[in-house]
Ligand binder design. Sequence first.
Ligand code: COA
Length: 175
Amino acid sequence: MIYITIWRGDFMKLRSYQENDAKEILKWIKTERDFRLWSADRYDSYPAKPEDINNNYNNCKKNGLFCPMTLVDDEKVIGHLILRRPNKNENTIRLGFIIVDDGMRGKGYGKEIINQAIKYAKENLNAGEINLGVFANNNSAIWCYKAVGFEEVGIEKNVYSFQGENWDCIEMKLK
Ligand SMILES: CC(C)(COP(=O)(O)OP(=O)(O)OC[C@H]1O[C@@H](n2cnc3c(N)ncnc32)[C@H](O)[C@@H]1OP(=O)(O)O)[C@@H](O)C(=O)NCCC(=O)NCCS
């Protein structure tokens, strides 16, 4: 009998974002709509360039705790997110810019990177509440966050307009 074992995750780790990751991350975004679902109004124009991401992150780092991270599997870049402290006097950590390689979605990598980020936030950033915001029309992201243990705690109506559509933003908190 032949046993075939598929190992996933042996070398998968969350490491600090490196500026070279930007060009890989941007390859995963194929349309302006997907770009806005991911980044809302954080960037002026689409398509963004790697230096836009790096300049944005360098600016964000000036305003308090801001940790961009990258999920790698044996050095291959497969996911990305940021952790930040929205209020410097609280221990709340907010996740953002969550994304997985578009060729690898639906295989558990979204859950993996978020679970690793939660662990990092608790162990290294003294996280209390962990929260995030997601557009209400981004079903795959909402499903992923619920599968990890986030629950909906609020909704902000019409926070962003995209090509004539008004998008609502769901606020989620880790249970
Ligand atoms: C959001 C994103 C990171 C999720 O990553 P992913 O690797 O596809 O997610 P996973 O494979 O880990 O799936 C997570 C869960 O969603 C569930 N799910 C997927 N489709 C579902 C459906 N139709 N109904 C219910 N649950 C569903 C999966 O079953 C899984 O949960 P389970 O393992 O408990 O069953 C990915 O879709 C992405 O990069 N999107 C583009 C960028 C973006 O919009 N980011 C959001 C910014 S707020």
